[in-house]
Design a protein around this ligand. Structure first.
Ligand code: S3P
Length: 172
């Protein structure tokens, strides 16, 4: 018997549009939305930046895996957006697959830079060379996102309606 759930999970780099696409999809498909960053912030009672700052990245990564485990026990028929680094842990791949259809919102480094150049909420992109960090992280992560995904959607230069149409059609 197939025990996999019927969620749509959005993965991709910071700034690829997971949260915005997720909220809009949630309205369009009439399915509640969950976001791992928000769930972690709520559980911890502090922001992602505070968690990175006080506890370090590995602690945050453990929280992500715990959060994903809980979702595999509880979530169904939802739109779930996950933090950009969550698919990097190999053990999270099986959990993502168990949760449902994994959709990778693929964006180019220039697109991400344009969207996040003034952002202060992503600890991994602070410092003097955000574009260098985006490129380095993308190099590490692109193949992993592709491997974790069931469906890849290119988002550069597209409006949200067209991105959503593609997701709805390809997950139908
Ligand atoms: C991270 C992405 C962030 C957040 C944290 C780390 C990453 O989520 O989980 O800052 O490692 O790419 P978004 O992808 O929603 O920005």
């Amino acid at each position: 018997m197939n025990m996999n759930k019927n969620n749509i999970i959005l993965i991709g780099f910071m700034g690829s549009g997971k949260t915005t696409v997720g909220i809009r999809l949630s309205y369009r498909m009439r399915r509640p939305m969950l976001d791992t960053d928000k769930l972690i912030e709520k559980d911890e009672g502090r922001t992602i930046s505070e968690i990175f700052d006080k506890e370090g990245e590995q602690y945050f990564r453990d929280l992500e895996t715990d959060c994903l485990r809980k979702l595999t026990d509880t979530a169904n028929d939802r739109i779930i957006s996950v933090g950009g680094g969550l698919p990097i842990r190999e053990e999270n791949h099986a959990l993502l697959k168990e949760l449902g259809t994994v959709v990778y919102l693929r964006a180019k480094a220039d697109t991400i830079y344009d969207r996040l150049k003034n952002d202060k909420t992503r600890p991994l992109l602070q410092g003097s060379d955000p574009m260098g960090k985006i490129r380095a992280l993308m190099e590490e992560r692109s193949a992993v996102y592709e491997r974790a995904a069931d469906i890849i959607v290119d988002v550069d230069g597209r409006d949200f309606e067209s991105i959503m149409d593609e997701i709805v059609n390809r997950t139908a």
